[in-house]
Design a protein around this ligand. Structure first.
Ligand code: GLY
Length: 352
C-alpha cells in the first residue's frame, strides 16, 4: 500500500490502494460530501458508507462546476445545514470537483477541514494533492481560489477501471509532466501497456507520479518558487481551455501545451525534448483542436498566473528534470506557435 507523506504546516498522507475508499474514515461527526453529479451511484454510496455525511451535494461534472454561481449554491447548502466549524467537507470527483469542494471548505466559515477522494487519474496525480483550490472566471481559468491543503487524500485505483479510455489518457498528461520536470523514469512506464489499473506496477507508477507533486508542494506550498514548474505546458493549456470554452479538456490541453513548451524550450536553446511530448500526444490521442488564432490565445496567456508586472514567464526545460522559468519574446511565441500548429493540426503529422 503506497503511502506518500506531504509535509508543511499541516502534514497529510496520500494513500494509493485499490479498495481504499471503502476503508477510509474521518474524525469529524458532521460531514458534507460534495460529489460530481456524473459519478456512478455505486461510488457515491461507497463514500457515504465510509464517511456518513449528513448532506451530499451534487455539482455539475467537469469545469461546469468551477463557477462562482455553483460555489455560491454549495456554500448556501453548507450554511443551511449549519455545518459547524469543526465539521468537514469531502470532495469526491475529478480535478474540477475537488478544486471546487476544496475552495468551498476554504471559504465556508473562513475554513473548515477538507478531505479529498479523487476519482480520475488527473485528480489523483495533480489536482487533489497540494491544496490549490478555486473556481474559474469568464476571464480565465483558476483566477479565484485559495491554498487549502486537504487533511488526507485517498486514491483508489479501482475507481479508474471504469473511466472512459479518453478520460484516463487525458489524466496521464499530468503524470507525464511529472516525468518531464522531475522523474524521467515515469515517461516509458506511462506509455507502456502496463499503465492500466489492475496491471502489476500500475499503483507504484501512480504513486511515483504523486510523489513528484508531494515533494514540490512540501517544499513550496504557495508557489514562491519551484511549484511554478508544475505548470509546465499549462500556459498554453489554460488559454486553449478558455478560447474553446472548455471544449478541450484540461488533460488534453496540457498534452498540447507540453508539446508547445517543449518546442519553445528547444527554440531558446534547451535540449530537444519534443520527441517525448510528440510521443505522448500520439499515445494520448487528444480531441482535435478547432482553428486557432495566436493573438486570441496570447491574450489569455498574458493573464497566466505566472505573469508578474514584467510579463508572462513560461516553464521551459533545459533538459529532462531541469525546469526553469523564462520570459519569451512575443515574436518567438508566435513563430513557435506556427510550428506547433502545423504539427497538431489533425491533417498533419500526428496520428490522432
Ligand atoms: N497543478 C499545479 C499545481 O498544483 O501547482
Amino acid at each position: 500500500m503506497p503511502q506518500i507523506e506531504v509535509g508543511g504546516a499541516q502534514p497529510y498522507t496520500v494513500t494509493v490502494e485499490a479498495g481504499v475508499l471503502g476503508r477510509a474514515s474521518v474524525p469529524h461527526s458532521r460531514v458534507a460530501l460534495i460529489v460530481d453529479a456524473g459519478l456512478p451511484a455505486e461510488w457515491v454510496k461507497r463514500a457515504e458508507q465510509a464517511f456518513h455525511p449528513e448532506l451530499t451535494i451534487e455539482v455539475p461534472s467537469g469545469d461546469a462546476c468551477k463557477t462562482l454561481e455553483v460555489l455560491g449554491g454549495v456554500l448556501s447548502k453548507l450554511a443551511l445545514s449549519n455545518l459547524p466549524r469543526d465539521g468537514a467537507v469531502i470532495g469526491l470527483g475529478g480535478g474540477a470537483t475537488t478544486d471546487l469542494a476544496g475552495f468551498a471548505a476554504a471559504s465556508y466559515l473562513r475554513g473548515v477541514a477538507y478531505y479529498s477522494v479523487p476519482t480520475t487519474l488527473l485528480g489523483m496525480v495533480d489536482a487533489a494533492v497540494g491544496g490549490k483550490t478555486g473556481v474559474n472566471l469568464p476571464e480565465g481559468k483558476n483566477l479565484v481560489g485559495a491554498f487549502w491543503p486537504p487533511r488526507a487524500v485517498w486514491c483508489d485505483p479501482e475507481l479508474l477501471s471504469s473511466l472512459p479510455p479518453a478520460v484516463f489518457r487525458e489524466g496521464a498528461a499530468e503524470a507525464y509532466k511529472h516525468g518531464l520536470i522531475s522523474d524521467p523514469s515515469l515517461l516509458p512506464r506511462i506509455l507502456s501497456p502496463g499503465f492500466q489499473p489492475g496491471q502489476p506496477g500500475f499503483e507504484q507508477t501512480l504513486a511515483d507520479a504523486i510523489t513528484v507533486k508531494a515533494g514540490v508542494v512540501t517544499r513550496d506550498l504557495t508557489e514562491q518558487g519551484e511549484r511554478a514548474f508544475l505548470n509546465f505546458g499549462h500556459t498554453l493549456a489554460h488559454a486553449l481551455e478558455a478560447v474553446t470554452h472548455h471544449g478541450v479538456s484540461h488533460g488534453d490541453a496540457v498534452g498540447y501545451g507540453m508539446h508547445y513548451a517543449a518546442l519553445l524550450s528547444r527554440e531558446v536553446g534547451g535540449a530537444d525534448l519534443s520527441g517525448h511530448t510528440r510521443r505522448f500526444l500520439e499515445w494520448q490521442q487528444p480531441k482535435s483542436l478547432p482553428q486557432l488564432n495566436f493573438d486570441e490565445l496570447n491574450t489569455y496567456m498574458a493573464r497566466d498566473k505566472k505573469a508578474d508586472s514584467t510579463g508572462v514567464r513560461f516553464v521551459l526545460l533545459h533538459d529532462l528534470a531541469r525546469p526553469y522559468l523564462e520570459r519569451v519574446p512575443e515574436a518567438v511565441l508566435r513563430s513557435v506557435f506556427e510550428v506547433w500548429q502545423s504539427e497538431v493540426s489533425p491533417a498533419q503529422n500526428l496520428s490522432f
